[in-house]
Design a protein around this ligand. Structure first.
Ligand code: 6PG
Length: 246
């Protein structure tokens, strides 16, 4: 497994534009081989900035967006129209501004959807969607898996000291999440280790210690972000503030 590459940027905007440029190139490269690339988006504030940069990229036209599969590393289990929904935030910033195929945007069911407030059923439905796309396994080997990181070292909705990350299932419900909203659906650790490329995205001083710990920690139980890495490449897109303890 290749060593993680640290990519420092002066500002969050510089970081977002660098991710956008690299994402367009990566998606075009995969499509050139004749495959439909699979992209996993993350929630969080820097993700919104990144999504806006992708939508505004002058090179965006090089990607056949209708042939990109979009997944989510985690989702807040709230009603479809709730502004906390990761898919809703991604739609507002990017998905609604580029010609994605709605059938290839794989959202976790909302809490007012087909499964009502049964978060376990919503998680199982998302797992079924992933399994159908996996070609034999439980989840696809994602081409690009983007992950944010919390100040506590969480990633997706896998939080320190919690059992979800070691659940045998690829997708689980999270209740009483330390980060609001309290109920979520998340990929577990194994699927997060199956991606060809993992792209970490973090900005701000408040992430500096968690970034340091993720890149140096042995104990994934205490620093979940120390777990996921790409089978081919792991990139850390950081602004100078988030990289300040490296
Ligand atoms: C979520 C995220 C979560 C997020 C980090 C960083 O749904 O909340 O997936 O893992 O990426 O908490 O979020 P910020 O970039 O807003 O700090």
């Amino acid at each position: 497994m290749a060593a993680p590459q640290i990519l420092r940027h002066r500002t969050p905007d510089d970081l977002a534009h660098a991710v956008a440029a690299r994402l367009v190139t990566r998606l075009v490269d995969v499509q050139t081989t004749g495959r439909v690339p699979s992209l996993v988006l993350t929630g969080g504030s820097i993700a919104v900035t990144i999504h806006e940069a992708v939508a505004g990229s002058p090179a965006a036209g090089a990607v056949d967006w209708k042939s990109v599969d979009v997944w989510f590393g985690d989702e807040r289990f709230v009603p479809a129209a709730d502004p906390d929904r990761n898919v809703g935030q991604a739609a507002q910033a990017m998905l609604d501004h580029l010609p994605f195929d709605p059938a290839r945007i794989h959202a976790v069911p909302p809490s007012d959807g087909d499964y009502g407030d049964d978060v376990d059923a919503a998680a199982e439905a998302y797992a079924d969607d992933l399994r159908r796309a996996a070609g034999g396994g439980t989840t696809p080997a994602f081409d690009v898996l983007m992950l944010g990181i919390g100040p506590d070292g969480h990633c997706a909705s896998l939080f320190p000291g919690r059992s979800e990350m070691y659940d045998e299932r690829p997708v689980v419900a999270v209740r009483d999440s330390p980060k609001p909203p309290p109920t979520r659906v998340t990929l577990t650790m194994e699927p997060l280790k199956r991606a060809h490329e993992v792209w970490w995205v973090a900005a701000g001083e408040e992430k500096a210690q968690a970034v340091h710990d993720a890149l140096t920690a042995a104990d994934v139980q205490q620093v979940p972000a120390a777990g996921p890495s790409g089978t081919e490449r792991t990139l850390w897109f950081l602004d100078d503030a988030a990289a300040s303890k490296l």
